[in-house]
Design a protein around this ligand. Structure first.
Ligand SMILES: NC(=O)c1ccc[n+]([C@@H]2O[C@H](COP(=O)([O-])OP(=O)(O)OC[C@H]3O[C@@H](n4cnc5c(N)ncnc54)[C@H](O)[C@@H]3O)[C@@H](O)[C@H]2O)c1
Length: 712
């Protein structure tokens, strides 16, 4: 048995639940006299919900297939070798379920080395090798193809990416070493770092071809046939593949430096994967692939043993699974169809909501407000956004016309809502205004219509309490910007019935939002946690700590933006308003910062000013600095961090006790999809567990389901 085979056999015990991928070898004569060809097909069976992955046994199967074609190539029995996948799937990389279970560094090293040893053999055969990316290709799937001499890609390929950095790994089976040598460092950095850190952005077949990763692009319908005809032309010399020369000069270093800036802007040095990948890409400049493979093995093993990967996998699974099948949603057969939507208010949120309902439901949407000017502005916004979509080629002219025809604005609610079955309000955040609006709507809307509120913090039950049919009121809390943040907190009021709730979940699914069921508790989930978090930062500033120290204290978390920049995005007035609501509900824990009040009263839009001279870095606005009244208690960064994290852990503990959401996982899902909590931290509750904060504050850990422990 070869050393590779032995290595893989040893590793197989570590992956008890591997869904094994087979590697069938078929032979046939290529056209145009190109000789006898061997095609390896990767296949783990017909279940498309289980995409082909590589664990040790799957790698061993591929190794055996390569043994066979290696002998045939050496004996001159074949002129080339191809590799492809089952319908719709090429291969999606390492078996992460197994990787997550690895407990020792040398076990992780063995997996990295095992993959390299097998894939590398494709580049060492005596005949040219061809990868045919027929379907989804990710991670190790992409990498097995990179070891081939040539690649083709299908126009119908649904997804192509190296998502490792997103998950807390490096492309470690050749991606970091080979890709920059194939397409240059700049493009490799865009795929390995930028796409990955941008929520695992996927490439389409055409882009894979244009980037130079694939040498030929074919239609999906006869992809394999066309690929084989092309292969024959390459083998008989009638087609020559020319690839642009790689710039190994300064451009390479600049690309890596740019990659580091991207990583800094996304993870702020708090997660190692992107930096490890960039180190390998940087060193790949000398073209020494074996040295690169060795560095990949080391990086992979170190990262597999660290917390980032487990965090990344947890966050990924949470969004993919619980995010798609919300906990607590009633039986969907109770959901009623929606044929017309009414939107009350035509302001910032309402006009975004009108656009979203229009695009996803494609039913008539009617906007209303207190005067014609506001109504026209709301409808004008929707029209302008449709034009933008048309301009970007995201929709065609027919669709743009149809969507525009479906949106209208009226002043008279009776005229607009008499036949609407889902009416959402997004008027001022005032209980009396909202109650009045709902009463007006109830008087004119059909008896079966759902009345939804986009309130950020008010009680849904109280809002419904004066209605004849309070059972049809649900909270439908979206996040700004609506098109970007996936979260939708669906709030069940005290009287909300199952049919209304089921309809709300049905609508959320059509809107492609991540719905989380929450109890009717003040400010629901995201705003309550963020307000406690921001409140504690404001408290330490009010007490005497400098703005700079308070902000720096939070940097090691690697959040997408600093707390005070976030406040600016939300708007200080809205932040203040929510803190007042929460202060009324829980005065012992939520304070209303006097300094924040001063900032709002002075009409300031934030704490910072931005100047071109210092690269638009946030600088404390001197006018705000003059407004601040601070105490004498100055804390260190560490003390600030402890205060803030303790407050957040306490609040989440109380929310779970109150049953605001079903489980700790829902808190994590809400913060990831509604507040951009980073994947690399893997949810806030596992983070607070790992840092020992939950134990310190609540005497117990949150222990969200699905979090794998980090090896000691
Ligand atoms: N702004 C955000 O980031 C955000 C995020 C989530 C939820 N929300 C919630 O969405 C709601 C609206 O917020 P916004 O930021 O869009 O406010 P906005 O001030 O931009 O819009 C409110 C609109 O409601 C209209 N309005 C007031 N009374 C009305 C009535 N009786 N009939 C019809 N229209 C009426 C106003 O004229 C105004 O156009 C609030 O409940 C807010 O808490 C806001």
């Amino acid at each position: 048995m070869s050393t590779t085979a032995e290595l893989l056999k040893g590793a197989a015990e570590l992956f008890p639940d591997e869904v094994v991928t087979s590697a069938h070898v078929r032979h046939f004569e290529l056209p145009a006299g190109a000789g006898r060809f061997a095609l390896i097909t990767l296949d783990n069976g017909f279940d498309h919900t289980k995409p082909t992955t590589f664990g040790p046994q799957s790698l061993a199967n591929l190794n055996t297939a390569i043994d066979q074609v290696e002998a045939e190539a050496a004996n001159g029995e074949i002129t080339g070798v191809g590799i492809t996948g089952k319908p719709f799937i090429f291969a999606v990389g390492a078996d992460l379920k197994g990787v997550e279970l690895l407990k020792k560094h040398d076990e992780a090293l063995a997996i990295g080395k095992g993959g390299h040893d097998v894939f590398k053999r494709l580049s060492e055969l005596a005949v040219p090798t061809f990868a045919y990316y027929n379907g989804a290709a990710m991670g190790g799937g992409v990498e097995v193809g990179l070891h081939c001499t040539y690649r083709t890609v299908s126009k119908a390929l649904p997804a192509f990416s190296l998502p490792e950095v997103f998950l807390g790994l490096v492309p470690g089976w050749g991606g970091c070493a080979i890709l920059p040598n194939l397409i240059g460092a700049e493009k490799a950095v865009s795929v390995i770092i930028e796409n990955s850190l941008n929520q695992n952005r996927q490439l389409k077949g055409k882009q894979v071809f244009e980037l130079g990763i694939a040498d030929a692009l074919f239609e999906g319908a006869d992809f394999l046939e066309q690929s084989l005809i092309w292969t024959a032309s390459v083998l008989n010399g009638s087609v020559t593949v020319e690839r642009p020369a790689i710039d190994r000069g300064e451009a390479w270093d600049q690309a890596v430096a740019k990659g580091r800036l991207v990583a800094d802007s996304k993870v702020h040095g708090a997660a190692p994967a992107a930096y490890r990948a960039l180190d390998i890409i940087e060193a790949a400049k000398d073209g020494d692939l074996q040295k690169g493979f060795d560095a990949e093995d080391q990086a992979l093993a170190d990262l597999i043993m660290g917390g980032e990967l487990r965090s990344g996998i947890y966050a990924f699974n949470l969004v993919q699974k619980r995010g798609k099948r919300p906990a607590g949603a009633p039986d969907k057969s109770l959901a009623r169809p929606i044929t017309k939507v009414g939107v009350v208010g035509a302001g910032l949120m309402a006009s975004q909501l009108a656009l979203l309902f229009l695009r996803r439901l494609e039913v008539p949407v009617v906007l209303t407000d207190i005067d014609q000017e506001r109504v026209d502005k709301g409808v004008g916004y929707v029209h302008a956004e449709i034009e933008k979509l048309l301009g970007k080629g995201r929709i065609n002219q027919d669709k743009a016309n149809r969507l525009k025809g479906l949106v209208s604005g009226v002043l008279d609610k009776a005229e607009g809502f008499a036949d609407a079955d889902f009416i959402i309000e997004a008027v001022f955040e005032e209980m009396s205004v909202k109650q009045k609006v709902f009463a007006e709507v109830e008087a004119v809307a059909p008896a079966h219509a759902i009345l939804a509120t986009n309130t950020s913090s008010l009680s849904v039950s109280e809002m419904a309490s004066k209605l004849q049919h309070p059972e049809r009121v649900v909270g439908f809390h979206f996040f700004n910007p609506v098109a970007i943040l996936p979260l939708l907190e669906i709030v069940r009021g005290e009287q909300t019935d199952d049919a209304s709730l089921a309809t709300a979940f049905g609508v959320a699914k059509k809107l492609k939002k991540t719905a989380v069921l929450t109890k009717d508790a003040p400010a629901f989930v995201v705003n309550r946690i963020l307000t406690r978090f921001m409140g504690e930062i404001q408290n330490v500033i009010d007490e005497g700590t400098s703005v700079e120290t308070a902000e720096k204290a939070i940097e090691p978390l690697g959040l997408p933006m600093s707390p005070l920049v976030l406040l600016e995005l939300v708007g200080p007035a809205i932040g203040l308003h929510v803190s007042e609501t929460l202060n009324r509900a829980f005065p012992e824990r939520f304070t209303v910062s006097p300094n924040l009040k001063r900032v709002v009263e002075a009409g300031k839009r934030g704490f910072y000013v931005y100047n071109a001279e210092n690269g638009f870095k946030p600088e404390l606005d001197p006018e705000v600095a003059a407004l601040l009244v601070q105490g004498e208690s100055v804390l260190t960064e560490e003390q600030v961090r402890d205060r803030v994290l303790d407050a957040v852990a306490q609040e989440i503990g109380l929310m779970l006790e109150e049953g605001v959401v079903a489980e700790a996982q829902d808190i994590d899902l809400c913060l990831i999809t509604g507040a951009g909590w980073p994947f690399h931290l893997g949810g806030i509750t596992p983070y607070l567990d790992r840092e020992g904060v939950s134990e310190r504050v609540n005497g117990k850990r949150f222990l969200a389901q699905g979090v794998a422990s980090v090896p000691a």
